[in-house]
Write a protein that binds this ligand. Structure first.
Ligand SMILES: C[S@@+](CC[C@H](N)C(=O)[O-])C[C@H]1O[C@@H](n2cnc3c(N)ncnc32)[C@H](O)[C@@H]1O
Ligand code: SF4
Length: 334
């Protein structure tokens, strides 16, 4: 049964974080000073089991969810993730995707495809090895992420989307080389505005390179024209190369917020339901799951949260709101 929130937005997409851990320390997401050796990650028993995730997923689908994205932290560091993919892939009519830093894809892409994963998004912030190694802060080379992207394409996880977060002064110079490289590759490059998620990355509005500026820079060299959105709630604004060289997307959550069409819920690795990336607190679905609740009771718990949802943080964002405490991206799932 479809449910609408207080602003008339249906529940259609679900992001499930399967771990709060990651093998990278991207400076804008898990800075080493905070996520160091003694950082307290969630203990195993606090994570939802694959069975618990599958049960929740089926209930969300009953409520109208059509698309599930697995994320994290780095989802591929969760052991045997392909088993979860196989469990979710059995749910009828579900578009199942995953976001990864790509580092483990050369080994995992085929197993994920065999398990029934539909598509994949790989994050890559630069083709310049020095810049990329500094951004992931674990000295991971570009070349191995590119190998991961090709492994995903070869396994049929297509079209592969490649997400690049642009932060002023850090990787702006990588924008055009990325556009040139991924043009005509069959992969879809998407530029993501740097967001004020979490409270550890020291975000400032000045660090955001607005999507309009990115489009202008690319257009000056490679002519582009806008593409109509494919469906309501599509997050990326799409542009295609005029000469048929493929398309790019822009995720402008800071300068062109899309709260009005936001149909997305998130479940953290420990089973908290968040109705916005910027929500201050989640609703503890794990407690409901582990209390022996029936499917109907779980369903009611989810419906009760969604129906009163009125989040539209990005539309209300001001310089002041950037300072209020928020949950970390690596925990809630990007
Ligand atoms: C949190 S990561 C989780 C999945 C996986 N580890 C990865 O990097 O793709 C999901 C996405 O969020 C993006 N991200 C993280 N922090 C961000 C921020 N402050 N602003 C915009 N995007 C961010 C990442 O670049 C990545 O594309
Ligand atoms: S963006 Fe992804 S790869 Fe980078 S630290 Fe965050 S979770 Fe890890």
């Amino acid at each position: 049964m479809r449910i609408d929130d207080a602003l008339g937005r249906p529940l259609r997409d679900l992001r499930i974080s399967v771990t709060d851990r990651c093998n990278f320390r991207c400076v804008y997401c898990m800075p080493k000073e905070v996520f160091g050796r003694d950082y307290a990650f969630l203990p195993r028993e606090e994570l939802l089991s694959f069975e618990e995730i599958e049960r929740l997923a089926r209930i969300f689908v009953r409520h109208g969810v059509e698309k599930i994205r697995l994320t994290g932290g780095e989802p591929l560091v969760r052991r045997d993730l392909e088993l979860l993919v196989a469990m979710l892939a059995r749910i009828d009519g579900l578009d199942l995707t995953l976001t990864t830093n790509g580092s483990l894809l050369p080994h995992k892409a085929q197993a994920l495809a065999d398990a029934g994963l539909g598509r994949i998004t790989v994050s890559l912030d630069s083709l310049d090895d020095e810049v990329f190694r500094a951004m992931n802060d674990v000295d991971f080379p570009v070349e191995r992420v590119l190998a991961g992207i090709e492994a995903a394409a070869a396994a049929g996880l297509t079209p592969v989307k490649v997400n690049m977060v642009v932060r002023r002064g850090l990787n702006e110079d990588s924008v055009l080389p990325m556009a040139r490289y991924f043009r005509e590759s069959g992969h879809i490059l998407r530029f993501v505005e740097y967001m004020d998620v979490g409270h550890t990355n020291g975000w400032r509005l000045d660090d955001v390179v607005p999507a309009a500026e990115l489009v202008a820079a690319i257009r000056a060299e490679l002519p582009l024209e806008p593409v109509e959105p494919a469906y309501r709630g599509e997050v990326a604004r799409r542009w295609r190369y005029r000469d048929g060289g493929g398309e790019i997307g822009l995720i402008a959550s800071v300068t062109q917020p899309f709260c009005g069409d936001c149909t997305r819920a998130r479940v953290s690795a420990d089973g908290k339901l968040y109705t916005c990336l910027f929500a201050l607190r989640g609703h503890d679905l794990r407690a409901v799951l582990r209390s022996g609740a029936s499917d109907d009771e779980l369903s009611r718990a989810i419906g009760d949260v969604w129906r009163v949802r009125e989040d539209r943080y990005s539309e209300l964002r001001t310089a002041e709101t950037a300072d209020i405490p928020k949950v970390e991206m690596s925990y809630i799932g990007g």
